[in-house]
Write a protein that binds this ligand. Structure first.
Ligand code: HEC
Length: 277
C-alpha cells in the first residue's frame, strides 16, 4: 500500500460537486462571448490551443496512480456512474488495497465487497436531471481511448447558455456537469471569428476555438489537476481490462522462460550434432 485513500470518499459527494458546477454560470458574467481577430498563427502557445494533441500518458502498471484513481472515481464519479463488470473485492485485490481500507474508504455504506460497483443514482432520476442517463464506465476507456477521456476533463469551459453552466470542446453540449470544477477552477473559452468564402462570394462566419482563460482558481494547481485527471483515466483504463496488470507482469516471465528454453534447446542440439560433424 503506497498511497493512503482519502477518508470520506462517498457517493454523496457528487451532489455537492454538481451544485458547484451549476453555480459556475452565475459566477462568470458575460462568459462565452466570441472575440474577433486573432489569426491562427497567433494561437500557437496560447493555453489550450493545442488541446487535441494532449495525451493521457497514463501507466497501468503504476499501482499508486491506480489507487489514487480509484479514490478519485469513488469521490467524484460513483455518484452518477457504475462500473458494472467490476466487483469491489476484485478492485481491492488488483490494486492491493487491504480489505479494511477498502471497507472504510471506498465501499459505500451497506455495500458488500462481493457486489459490483454500482451507482446509487436511479436511472430515471438521472434521465430527468441531465436529460441523459450517465453511461456505465466499465468499458468507456476501451471505447473512447485514454486520450479522449483526458481531453474531456481538461476542456470544460463556462457556458451560461447550457443547463449545467458548462460546455466542453471534446464533447460539445455535453450533458455531464463539470464535476471537477472545484479542483480545476473555471475557464472561459475564447473563440475567434473565421470568415470563409462560400459559393458566389457569400461570407460564412465560423466560431473557432482559440484559447482558454482561467477566470477562477481551483483547489489544485495546473500540474496537480493534470495528475488528478491522469490517475482517474489510468484507473478507468485498468477497469476496461482488469487482467492487463497481471498479463503484463506474466509476460516478462513468459519471455524469460522462452529465452532459457531456447538456451537449453541449443545445448541439446549441440550435444546431438557433436558426433555428426
Ligand atoms: C452529476 C452526475 C455525474 C457525475 C458526478 C459524473 N458524470 Fe460522467 N456523465 C454524466 C452524464 C449525464 C453523462 C452523459 C453526457 C452526455 O452524453 O452528454 C456522462 C457521461 C460521461 C462520459 C461519456 C462521455 C462520452 O463521450 O459519451 C464519461 C467518460 C464520463 N461521464 C466520465 C465521468 C467521470 C470520470 C466522472 C468522475 C470524475 C464523472 N463522469 C462524473 C453525469 C455525471
Amino acid at each position: 500500500m503506497r498511497t493512503e485513500l482519502a477518508p470520506g470518499a462517498r457517493a454523496g459527494r457528487a451532489a455537492a460537486v454538481l451544485a458547484a458546477a451549476l453555480t459556475a454560470a452565475a459566477l462568470a458574467p458575460g462568459v462565452g462571448a466570441a472575440e474577433e481577430g486573432a489569426g491562427s498563427a497567433e494561437s500557437a502557445g496560447k493555453p489550450g490551443a493545442d488541446w487535441e494533441s494532449w495525451r493521457a500518458d497514463n501507466e497501468v502498471s503504476d499501482m499508486a496512480s491506480l489507487q489514487r484513481g480509484a479514490r478519485n472515481f469513488v469521490s467524484y464519479c460513483l455518484g452518477c456512474h457504475s462500473l458494472k463488470y467490476e466487483r469491489w473485492s476484485r478492485l481491492g485485490q488488483d490494486l492491493e488495497i487491504p480489505g479494511r481500507l477498502l471497507q472504510a474508504d471506498l465501499l459505500p455504506p451497506g455495500d458488500q465487497p462481493t457486489e459490483y460497483i454500482q451507482t446509487s443514482m436511479p436511472a430515471a432520476d438521472a434521465q430527468n436531471w441531465f436529460g441523459k442517463t450517465p453511461p456505465d464506465l466499465a468499458l468507456m476507456a476501451r471505447a473512447r481511448g485514454g486520450d479522449y477521456l483526458y481531453q474531456l476533463f481538461k476542456t470544460y469551459y463556462v457556458d451560461p447558455t447550457r443547463p449545467t453552466g458548462a460546455n466542453n470542446l471534446r464533447l460539445p453540449n455535453i450533458a455531464m456537469p463539470h464535476v471537477l470544477s472545484e479542483l480545476e477552477g473555471l475557464k472561459r473559452a475564447v473563440f475567434r471569428d473565421v470568415v470563409r468564402h462560400g459559393e458566389g462570394g457569400t461570407e460564412i462566419h465560423e466560431q473557432v476555438f482559440d484559447h482558454f482563460e482561467q477566470i477562477a482558481p481551483g483547489r489544485l494547481g495546473a500540474a496537480e489537476y493534470d495528475g488528478f485527471v491522469r490517475d482517474t483515466v489510468n484507473f478507468l483504463d485498468y477497469v476496461g481490462e482488469p487482467t492487463q496488470t497481471a498479463r503484463r507482469a506474466l509476460g516478462i516471465w513468459v519471455v524469460l522462460f522462452l529465452l532459457v528454453f531456447s538456451w537449453l534447446a541449443w545445448l541439446v542440439k549441440r550435444e546431438y550434432w557433436k558426433d555428426v560433424h
